[in-house]
Structures are given as structure tokens and as C-alpha cells.
Write a protein that binds this ligand. Structure first.
Ligand code: KG4
Ligand code: ZN
Length: 340
């Protein structure tokens, strides 16, 4: 086998983005995503609608990814797909399509764990981005997940902390909903936070032992605070929106950084890689940079398009598994609660 000329198609359909990407020897040739706007009016992802949209999007998205990569489907060496975790109806679309395509082309099928994808996205060959050395700590923060993972090797990972209720992205989105912001609210809170005073209001941080997270209490605390203040002043939100956003963001980032500090203390590992949509947040990026100065951390933030849900991260895992001859059988089943 020549490892010099490997083309893998990655397919991601675990939540509300239908995505496909072609990778050539670890370098991304195309990375196509169809975002599903339909969920915005509901203020969150509606699983049934997500599956239907995947069904509509999958063929055009895959076709475009192959076209943009400037190859033909006959040049593909394997098809990698997200097996889980995620929404079952959404996973089924990608899984079934990947199986059919691999079967039709008579090439191997590779199953990928979405969470490993977020972490191994750091190994995509990309100019100007360093790869973390093993072992490192990975913090995956998005609308669907919040985990701290000790990464010993590509496929040797231990989840050492995770949320016991909401994901950190949900904390942003649900706070935004209370404030009347659109969905998803994370980017808007981030923008406004940069114009506000992070210490204007204080919110109680949850007390959760060890490296686990909890965000649902914070959301309730914010709700009660807003209800109380708007009762006294109906214009409270409008008059203080930037300060409220800055204070919420400051609290959330504080929770994440406290846990990272504890994880570094417990493991002695100072290489920290982040992934997931919330890694776009300016507050977390600044806090990580500060950690480099204050605590001697080395931090790794992937290119933005590889942090949110995407298929390039599925393709890189596919490539690494291909090199290991680690293939799936045609009877592999999607798994909504797949563990790392
Ligand atoms: O990874 P992602 O695109 O999808 C999954 O949830 O898996 O992450 C989306 C989440 C949303 O909750 C969104 O509000 C949040 O990431 N997000 C942000 C920012 N950009 C996206 N949260 C805070 N600050 C941001 N700049
Ligand atoms: Zn994700």
C-alpha cells in the first residue's frame, strides 16, 4: 500500500449540518457544509426536521465535495462517516448513504466517532497550525458537548470530565433566549461581551466535584436575575445588554478555565487543544493565551472551519484509520450514544 496517494471522503450528519469533505494524505481538498437554517425559528435543533434536511442535502453536498476536490469518485480509497454520538435520525442518513456509496464503489467503509473527530481535527495538515504532541488534554466545547479528554495517542483517549446536564454552547444559547437574542446566541453574546463590563453583574458558578461540568443551574440563575431586574425596570435588558452578555460570558469562561486548571494539576499535562463551536469565542481564546503566560500552557486552536461540526474532521479520522487498516463491516449500525 502506498500511503502517498490516499483519498478519503468524510461524511458528517450527526446534528444539524450536512457535511462532506475530501482529504488527500492528511490535507483537506474540499470541505462542504449545508447549514440547516430551518431550526432558527424554533430556537434549537428539531431532530425530525434535521433528518429530513439531511435526506435532501446529502447527495448535493457529497457531489460538491468530490467536485471541489477536483477528483472523480473512482479515485476514492475509502468512505468515512460519523457513526455517533448524535441524533439517531440524522446519523442514519449519513450512515446509510456512506454504506451504499462504499458498497457501490467496492471500497472500504470507515466508522468515525464524532468526538474523536473534534479532537483529531488538530492533525489535519494545515500551514501555520501546530499539532499537539501526545499526551495532551482536549477540551471539546459546543452546543452538543462539553468534555475534557486525556489524549494518549490517536485512538487511546480517556474522558476525564464532562457535563452532567447542558453543554456549554447551550448555556450561551439558553442565556441568549432569556435575553431575547436569536439562535444560536453564542456569537451575538460574544460580540456584545466585547463592548461590556464582565464584572457588572455576578452569577454563581456551579459546584461540581472533580472535572465534570454543570450549566443548567447557571441558566436558572440568569433567568431569575433577569426576571427580578425587569420587574423593577422593564428596560433593564435593553439598557444593560452588553454588560449582561459580558458578565455571562465571563462566568462561563471562568467555569471552563477552572476545570482546565484542575485537569492540568491532576494529569501534569500542559498541552491543551480545544475544539467545537464555542472555541470561536473571543473570551476563551484570550483566557487560553493568558494561560500560556500565567501557567506555562501551550494551547492549540484549530482553523475555525475545523472547530464547528464539519466533515474534514471525519475525513482526517478516516485517513488515520485507513493507515491502520481499521475498517468497518457493512452491517455497522449508527449509535446515538457512542462513547470515545
Ligand atoms: O460545534 P457547533 O457548530 O455545533 C454543535 O453544537 O455541535 O457549535 C455550535 C455552538 C452553539 O451553541 C453556538 O452558540 C456556539 O457553538 N458558538 C459560540 C460562538 N460561536 C458559536 N459560543 C460562544 N461564542 C462564540 N463566538
Ligand atoms: Zn460536534
Amino acid at each position: 500500500m502506498s500511503s502517498q496517494n490516499i483519498y478519503i471522503l468524510g461524511i458528517e450528519s450527526s446534528c444539524d449540518d450536512t457535511a462532506a469533505s475530501v482529504i488527500h494524505n492528511g490535507r483537506i481538498l474540499s470541505n462542504v457544509i449545508a447549514n440547516q437554517k430551518i431550526h432558527e425559528e424554533f430556537g434549537g435543533v428539531v431532530p425530525e426536521l434535521a433528518s429530513r434536511a439531511h435526506q435532501q442535502n446529502i447527495v448535493p453536498v457529497v457531489t460538491q465535495a468530490i467536485k471541489k476536490a477536483n477528483i472523480t469518485k473512482d479515485q476514492l480509497n475509502a468512505i468515512a462517516f460519523t457513526r455517533g454520538p448524535g441524533l439517531m435520525g440524522s446519523l442514519l442518513v449519513g450512515t446509510s448513504f456512506a454504506k451504499s456509496l462504499a458498497y457501490g464503489l467496492d471500497i472500504p467503509l470507515i466508522d468515525v466517532n464524532h468526538m474523536q473527530g473534534h479532537i483529531l481535527a488538530h492533525f489535519i495538515e494545515e500551514d501555520g497550525f501546530n499539532k499537539p504532541p501526545f499526551p495532551f488534554l482536549a477540551m471539546t466545547i459546543s452546543g452538543g458537548h462539553t468534555q475534557i479528554v486525556k489524549v494518549n495517542d490517536y485512538f487511546d483517549m480517556d474522558v476525564i470530565g464532562e457535563t452532567i446536564d447542558d453543554a456549554v454552547g447551550e448555556a450561551f444559547d439558553k442565556s441568549g433566549k432569556i435575553l431575547g437574542l436569536g439562535y444560536p446566541a453564542g456569537p451575538e453574546i460574544d460580540k456584545r461581551a466585547q463592548l461590556g463590563n464582565p464584572k457588572a453583574f455576578s452569577f454563581t458558578k456551579p459546584k461540581v466535584d472533580g472535572l465534570n461540568f454543570s450549566f443548567s443551574g447557571l441558566k436558572t440563575g440568569i433567568l431569575y436575575f433577569i426576571q427580578k431586574e425587569t420587574k423593577a425596570n422593564p428596560n433593564f435588558i435593553a439598557e444593560n445588554i452588553n454588560d449582561i452578555c459580558a458578565s455571562i460570558q465571563y462566568t462561563i469562561i471562568g467555569i471552563l478555565i477552572d476545570k482546565l486548571k484542575l485537569a492540568v494539576k491532576q494529569t501534569g499535562i500542559k498541552h491543551i487543544a480545544i475544539g467545537g463551536g464555542v472555541s470561536a469565542n473571543s473570551g476563551i481564546r484570550k483566557a487560553l493565551k493568558d494561560g500560556e503566560q500565567k501557567f506555562g500552557w501551550t494551547t492549540y486552536v484549530p482553523k475555525f472551519e475545523f472547530t464547528t461540526d464539519n466533515a474534514a474532521m471525519i475525513a482526517i479520522v478516516g485517513y488515520l484509520k485507513y493507515l491502520d487498516n481499521d475498517f468497518a463491516e457493512q452491517n455497522v449500525a449508527a449509535s446515538a450514544r457512542l462513547k470515545i
